[in-house]
Write a protein that binds this ligand. Structure first.
Ligand code: GDP
Ligand code: MG
Length: 337
């Protein structure tokens, strides 16, 4: 107030206060433009966690592999093939999508399954977008529990109705979409066939639209959070799961004991753990023939994955009760705490 009274006394003072006022206004204007530009520059990049949740066998892993364009998760027709949370990262100049494949939702019977469910819960809690994957013909009612957990998270949800290639008719797909839309009015419903890569673009467009503005979480050349040792052990486990029925797939764990990379070849030694002596015999087979077959199949896939020649040595060991041992589960990377 003092300033105003004094400055209006003379012309000179008037001029000074005018310049002063204009300079303050300009200063504020430049600041606003600078903040706006800065905001636009840093906010133009989108990045977030897009977590894939659903029942066993609906095609979560197939979907993630297809979205990432690389076989990161193993796939078999057996439930509980995926035991970990596996991140698959898709990078663009102005975006980074961090997908997470997770184990299928189940009621745990032993500690391994409890740990598997912990991966699902962690994926629920840090999601920026949730992809709830279901398949054609699967009743919505079955999902009630998981729908309620997802709704509590308060993040955008995309319901992915997979395996539309198996649908009886186009009407059946529309009916399923309508029913899901009624149950989850806020969600976007997208029918896909992960196996045949049908409608992936629509899903990607929706994900990109819903992705929050953030800087990238991982270096732009990184494709997963998992190590080469992990992928190698998963490839070996996949070959065992495909080759055996009944209890062996659920009793087996694979650990890469040694991974030595030379210029032209990678030497890998892996241990296969089973829970019973009888399983060890079945896995090795007469004169080691079965184990040799698994080794050959696994080696081919590992060579394709690492793009190098591989020498693979497999050994089978019995480790009773590893699925209920906190210590072993921690060693195998299931218990995070
Ligand atoms: N017909 C058909 N089968 C699919 C599709 N997606 C996945 N599958 C099959 O469903 C089974 C389970 O797939 P997977 O990705 O391991 O399911 P997850 O347990 O949910 O991860 C495998 O035999 C897949 O080949 C699809 O779009 N159509
Ligand atoms: Mg899976």
């Amino acid at each position: 107030m003092e300033l105003t009274i004094n400055t209006y006394k003379t012309k000179d003072n008037h001029a000074i206060i005018c310049i002063y006022t204009v300079s303050i206004a300009l200063n504020q204007l430049f600041r606003a433009i600078f903040v706006l530009l800065k905001k636009n520059c840093s906010m133009a990049h989108k990045s977030g966690f897009v977590n894939i949740i659903g029942f066993p066998n609906v095609g979560k892993s197939t979907l993630m592999n297809s979205l990432v364009g690389e076989k990161l998760s193993i796939i078999t027709s057996k439930a509980q093939t995926t035991r970990h949370r596996i991140m698959g990262i898709v990078n663009g100049d102005d975006f980074q999508i961090v997908y997470s494949d997770t184990p299928g939702v189940l009621k745990p019977n032993y500690k391994l399954q409890e740990s598997m469910m912990q991966f699902v819960y962690s994926a629920l809690s840090d999601a920026d977008i949730i992809l709830l994957v279901t398949e054609m013909g699967m009743a919505i009612d079955l999902h009630e529990d998981i729908i309620q957990k997802i709704t509590r998270m308060n993040v955008p949800v995309i319901v992915v109705i997979n395996k539309v290639d198996l649908a009886k008719s186009q009407e059946a797909v529309v009916e399923a979409m309508d029913a899901w839309q009624v149950r989850m009015p806020e969600a976007k419903i997208i029918p896909v066939s992960a196996l045949h890569k049908f409608n992936q673009e629509a899903l990607l467009t929706e994900v990109l639209e819903k992705l929050p503005e953030n800087p990238e979480y991982f270096p732009k050349d990184q494709m997963s959070d998992k190590t080469m040792r992990f992928f190698v052990s998963e490839i070996i486990r996949e070959k065992i799961l495909i080759s055996y029925k009944k209890e062996i797939p659920y009793s087996v764990e694979v650990v890469v004991d040694s991974y030595k990379e030379e210029e032209k070849i990678i030497h890998i030694e892996a241990l296969i753990y089973v829970v019973r002596e009888s399983q060890k015999g079945i896995l090795i087979g007469h004169q080691g023939i079965m184990l040799k077959r698994i080794g050959t199949k696994a080696r081919h896939d590992i060579e394709a994955f690492v793009d190098k020649k591989v020498f693979l040595s497999l050994q089978v060991k019995v480790l009773e009760n590893w699925r209920d041992s906190d210590l072993m589960l921690k060693r195998f990377g299931y218990n995070q705490n």
